[in-house]
Structure formats: C-alpha cells, structure tokens
Ligand binder design. Structure first.
Ligand code: 5GP
Ligand code: MN
Length: 335
C-alpha cells in the first residue's frame, strides 16, 4: 500500500484502529494522536490511542485525554483490542524501537501500519508513510493528511485545539521549525474559533512552583559553560530528582534556556533517571545534534533537536559528551 487512494479505500468502512505514539509523549505526540483519533471517530471508526509511558500533566486539558492508554500500565486492557485491530497509526516516531515493547507487539499483528511523522531517517516499518522532515510537527501533518483524504471539512474546535497544541509545543511557540504552511495551518485552527491565548497559557503559563525552583536550581547550580566549544550543559542527578520530586514533563524546556546565550551553539541536558541516563540536545544553525544523538547515544530526532540515552553511570555520559565535542564543534580561542 503506497498510495493515498489505497488508504481511502481501507478507511471507507468502519474499522478498529489503534493510534500509537512515542515513549514520554510530548505535546505533539499527544496533540497529533488525539486529533487523528477525533477525526477518525467522526468517520465512524472505533479508535484507541496509546503510548508506552505517561504524559506530562500539562496536557490534561486535551479532549478525550482521559481515554488515553499508557501501554506500560494498561496493556492488559488494550491487548484484546490490538488482537482485532485492522489499522495501526504510528505518529511522531520513525522507528519501532521508539515505542518499546509496543513495537514488537504491533509488528506481530496483521494490521496495516500507517506512519505520519517528521523525524529524520524513518525506518521502513510501515505500509503507508507520510513522512515530511520539513514539517514543524506531526500535528501539522495530521491536518495535511485530513486534506489528502478530502476531509479538511471535518476540522472542529476539539481537533483544532489538539493540532494547535502540537504546533505550539514543537515550534516553541512558533520560534523554530516553522515554514509558511505552519502558519497557514495555525490560521486554519484559529478560524474554528478556539482561544489561542488560552492554549498558550495552558502550555506555558502553568508551571508549578517546584518546576520554577528546579529551573532556577538547574541554571544556578547545575549549568556548565564550555566556552571554547560554544557549548552549554545542564546535568540533573538522582538527588535532584528526589529533592525536587521531578516528574515526567518537569524538565521540559530547561535545555532551551542554554540557547538564549548568543555564544552558545550547542546545548545538552543530561538527566540521571532510574534505569538510564537521558541526553536532550539542541543546537543552532548547521550543527546537527541528530548526528550526535544517532552516532553516540543510540538516539535521533531532528537536526536542531534530538535525544538519546545510555545505560550506566552519569559521569561516563558527561565525559563522553565532552570528549566528542571536538568532532562537531569548532574550537575557539578564549582570551
Ligand atoms: P527531547 O530532547 O525533547 O526529549 O527530544 C527532542 C527530539 O528528539 C524529539 O523529536 C524526540 O522525538 C527525539 N528523541 C528524544 N529522545 C530520543 C531517543 O532516545 N531516540 C530517538 N530516536 N529520538 C529521540
Ligand atoms: Mn514532533
């Protein structure tokens, strides 16, 4: 199946459809998945939405989020549905390893897999793929997908709220990753009559006190600047995790602060989590953090925003990151 007409044919009659997204789902993973679910429900399909792990509490305002299945927690409830599922959508991820055990589970079904995604280097695990690495977000692609299906008319306020959430979160409120179509898409969402300012507030002006204190701590006590390589690093260790009671989503956005310094071109947030050490990378311009994440931390993502992880000690990850800097960054004379 390669053509949109095959997909139209497949979705002509009501089907059981599972929508999956990546572990640690963010605003785009959730927004695009729920938007697609709401649209497919309008066509008469039975739809369930899942991702391997929990979502940040910021996104509890999204419609139908209460029906979201966290696969790690609810997989037993979901298994019978996966058994009878005829179509599986893969949203906002480019390889089955991004969805942990759920990846093996869906690969073993007979369902057709439809991938909608904007990450670099997609793996060929799907039957139909809408992959566009120049898209701001998967949410932007979901609206494009509705258009390809000749169903842009099904856009409503709930769907628009979800799509706008994906657009806003993956572009840092329209600061990066935008193209003209991103703004056209945002305008279409606003035309439904949704309150854009309210959604911006729900996303950005909803920090808890402990998050604000964590941000202050991260910048004041945990930041290291390596001037000769124009690099900033923030490390949060397991004591920070317990002292600040850090939950999923609480560290979101911290890495971006490093890029607010004009001389910093590469930023890393390294976090010591219970099983793994996670690294979140951001860059400016031509520096590809996707290559760094892919080559050294079994990860990937986008040119200017990527992530990866490694088992083992926090110190080793920090050392490794510092060691590879000369391979990717020009050395500056510091006077
Ligand atoms: P973040 O740093 O916000 O977790 O992720 C930034 C980008 O990198 C996102 O597009 C995310 O999907 C991708 N990413 C984060 N962690 C990983 C990972 O472990 N593997 C891969 N392939 N991509 C990742
Ligand atoms: Mn995305």
């Amino acid at each position: 199946m390669e053509e949109i007409k095959d997909l139209k044919e497949l979705l002509r009659m009501p089907k059981n459809i599972l929508i999956t997204s990546h572990r640690n789902p963010d605003g785009d993973a959730l927004g695009s998945s729920i938007a697609l679910s709401l649209y497919l429900q309008k066509l008469g399909h039975k739809v369930k939405v899942t991702a391997p792990s929990e979502y940040p509490s910021t996104f509890t305002y999204l419609p139908q989020i209460e029906d979201f299945y966290i696969y790690d927690v609810h997989h037993e409830e979901l298994e019978p549905f996966i058994d009878v599922c005829e179509v599986i959508f893969s949203l906002d991820y480019n390889g089955l390893d991004r969805i942990d055990k759920l990846g093996e589970r869906i690969a073993a079904t007979d369902a057709k897999i439809v991938m909608i995604d904007h990450h670099l280097d997609p793996e060929p695990f799907y039957d139909f793929g809408l992959s566009d690495t120049s898209s701001s977000s998967t949410a932007e692609l979901v609206y494009h997908f509705m258009g390809l299906m000749d169903h842009a008319k099904y856009l409503d306020q709930d769907i628009a709220q979800c799509i706008l959430t994906g657009l806003i979160t993956d572009t840092g409120s329209f600061k990066y990753n935008t193209r003209p179509n991103t703004f056209i898409c945002a305008a279409k969402m606003q035309e439904t009559g949704i309150d854009v300012k309210e959604i911006q507030d729900l996303i950005f002006n909803s920090m808890k006190i402990k998050q604000m204190k964590l941000l202050a701590h991260a910048l004041y006590k945990r930041m290291e600047i390596i001037e000769e390589y124009s690099t900033g690093i923030i490390v949060l260790n397991k004591y920070d995790y317990s002292n600040f009671n850090i939950q999923r989503g609480d560290t979101e956005g911290i890495v971006n602060y490093l890029l607010m310094m004009s001389d910093i071109k590469l930023a890393a947030l390294i976090t010591q989590q219970p099983q793994i050490v996670k690294i979140s990378l951001r860059s400016k311009g031509d520096i590809s953090v996707q290559e760094i994440a892919r080559n050294h931390f079994k990860g990937g993502g986008h040119k200017n925003a990527s992530g990866g992880a490694q088992y083992g000690s926090l110190t080793k990850v920090i050392e490794k990151f510092k060691e590879i800097l000369p391979m990717y960054m020009e050395k500056k004379e510091i006077t």
